[in-house]
Design a protein around this ligand. Sequence first.
Ligand code: HBI
Ligand code: FE
Length: 332
Amino acid sequence: MLFQRRSISSQVHRCTFPRTLEELQRKVKTCLTNETGLAEEDQECLTDKAYLKRRNLITEISSTYDLVNDKAIPHIEYTQSEAKLWTALYQPLILNTKSHAPSEISSNLETLLKECSLREESIPQLDTISEFHHGWSGWRLRPVGGLLTLQEFLNQLAFKIWPATQYIRHPSGLLYNHEPDFIHEVFGHQAMLMIPECHKVLHKVGLASLGASEGELEQLAAAYWYTFEVGLCLNSKGERKVLGGAVLSSMDETRVAMESERLVGMDIGIITNEKYRQSIQYSGFQPFYVVSPEIGELCSMLDTWLDGFLQRRDFVASYCEESRTIKVADKN
Ligand code: HBI
Ligand code: FE
């Protein structure tokens, strides 16, 4: 009886996940936060009508992106005040990465700056970074309007697509922003995503999210959240470093996290359990930081965990690079 019920639910799940870019294109809507996509704590930003209008305009432009035909990502004419924020954070965030990120990440950031000709004076286009990434790792970036649901975010990873916002944070969020803005995407995530072990394991997280139940999605989200979004890790000398993009792209939270005594050792069984899944806090400084081992070791730990996860499925989902589709096969 139990077996039967399991197979029915996996059949249901099988037809509900996107297999083509057309299906993936239709699926993105931002709904983790309120209607504007802004966190409630972000009051200054919420009451700034001109900022909200600008942000909605950028989101509208982002939403015209044609994912299916692989057209260029829409260009944003950034304003002078947006460029001022980029300029104010450019050198500080590079220095932050050099001082506090693992060496693989800081050397990749240097490569990214050089290869994409990033400059202090002007905000680059998402398309430039996506093109570079595609050549480097096979991944592309896709413009989105803000925080996606767990399922939508994780499903993109299966297609080697990194959902990235294009808007720039409100000036009140200079040193700590409640949400992912374009500065967070560039300085928080791209150098990490350039590490082969990282993008391979994130792709596998994406594949594992296809057809996953609510509980499984929450486990995958927790594994991602406590590592690549808000985690710390060790370097080869056993020193504390910042791995998570949300922390690395915030000058203030990096300082707090580097000094924090509220640390939890990485244990994949523990950080994906009910208690930790429920404790995910999307906004504000993290109440605690999970400390992972070195990046290579962390990725192989996650990889093994994901294998166990995938073994429990009665089908295999794989990504075909050429057709950019998900192929689904029965296990036996
Ligand atoms: N959406 N755009 C975006 N960026 C994220 O990092 C993100 C998200 N939605 C959900 C989410 N992260 C977390 O729940 C992860 O743990 C999956
Ligand atoms: Fe992020």
